[in-house]
Design a protein around this ligand. Structure first.
Ligand code: NDP
Length: 291
């Protein structure tokens, strides 16, 4: 049976490391790291994610600045808010909670954040830096950075290994594949038009499932002993639950854990790491701003 990769425990350990660093930095008289969280509209799921991020910041001593804006805000008005945060020396990271209401061009909004405060790592400059193995400081997208951290903390070898990334989104799949490539894995990226997925996945020593397809990856797809990082968060009907549903990943966990060498559960795997890496990036941005 596979080692169950405990993202909650690793995430908590990282938060503790950040808390200690923030305390040391504050004791030395340095400016407290600040994260601005921009929430547009009143989507309940977005409000929940924002609340979780702010709570984690509170735990470690990172100051949060909440910018809560109405759903019908104009594009220009929103950009003005971003510009104010861009020039605010007490704000080291800016997070715009996605998705934005349909009338706002997400890409242009994200591009407006100065790359050094782009703690979500979604600015084209940051993505491009990752692609060209830039020597300049840049920010790595939180979820893929969290997946890599899990592999590292569980001492799963990457160099020279075959890695398959299921998904090619800007937020997860693409940066994940670039990170693995940077670490000298042989990387295959699959997507909705890929054929013979099963055969491709069976070649992999490392599988990163980030396609948003509930329990798509079956145990029979996996090479014996493969490391499986399940990014997916999907709600499926479950009459035994009070809410009428439960969350599952992109991997059929119960079966897959009998074949894999190591595997993340959902929930409790990648999710807590995404927040931990957001805080890591915020601290990094504050430290860089001091130099
Ligand atoms: P997107 O919908 O943006 O991207 C999904 C990707 O998967 C696309 O590249 C798509 O291909 C590919 N895909 C879709 N169906 C298939 C299929 N049948 N076979 C192979 N590839 C397929 O999603 P995100 O990247 O934003 O998120 C992916 C999942 O991860 C979601 O479940 C999301 O909820 C979860 N997530 C979890 C986070 C966490 O903290 N744990 C953070 C972020 C996301 P194509 O490009 O061809 O459309």
């Amino acid at each position: 049976m596979a080692t169950i990769i405990d993202g909650k425990a690793v995430g908590d350990a990282i938060l503790e490391e950040i808390r200690a660093q923030v305390a040391t930095s504050s004791a030395a008289g340095q400016v407290v790291p600040g994260l601005a969280v921009v929430l547009v509209g009143d989507r309940k799921d977005s409000a929940t994610y924002v609340r979780m991020k702010k709570k984690a910041c509170e735990k470690v001593g990172i100051r949060t600045v909440s910018v809560t804006l109405p759903a019908d805000i104009s594009f220009d008005e929103l950009l003005k808010h971003i510009d104010t945060l861009n020039t605010d020396a007490t704000v080291h990271g800016i997070l715009v909670q996605l998705p934005l209401p349909a009338h706002l061009n997400e890409e242009l909004v994200l591009n407006r954040i100065v790359p050094e405060k782009d703690v979500d790592g979604l600015h084209p400059m940051n993505l491009a830096s990752l692609a060209i193995k830039s020597k300049l400081p840049y920010m790595v997208a939180c979820t893929p950075a969290g997946c890599l951290e899990l592999l590292d903390r569980y001492k799963i070898p990457i160099e020279g290994k075959r890695a398959v990334v299921l998904g090619r989104s800007r937020i997860v799949g693409i940066p994940m594949s670039l990170l693995l490539l940077e670490r000298n894995a042989t990387v295959t990226v699959c997507h909705s038009k890929s054929q013979n997925l099963e055969a491709v996945v069976r070649e992999a020593d490392i599988v990163i499932a980030c396609c948003g397809q509930a329990q798509m990856v079956k145990a029979s797809w996996l090479k014996h002993g493969a490391a499986v990082i399940d990014v997916g968060i999907n709600a499926i009907d479950d009459a035994t639950k009070k809410a009428g549903y439960r969350l599952v990943g992109d991997v059929d966990f119960e079966q897959a854990k009998e074949v894999a060498g190591a595997i993340t559960p959902v929930p409790g795997g990648v999710g807590p790491m995404t927040i931990a890496m957001l805080l890591t990036n915020t601290l990094l941005a504050q430290q860089r701003s001091l130099k």
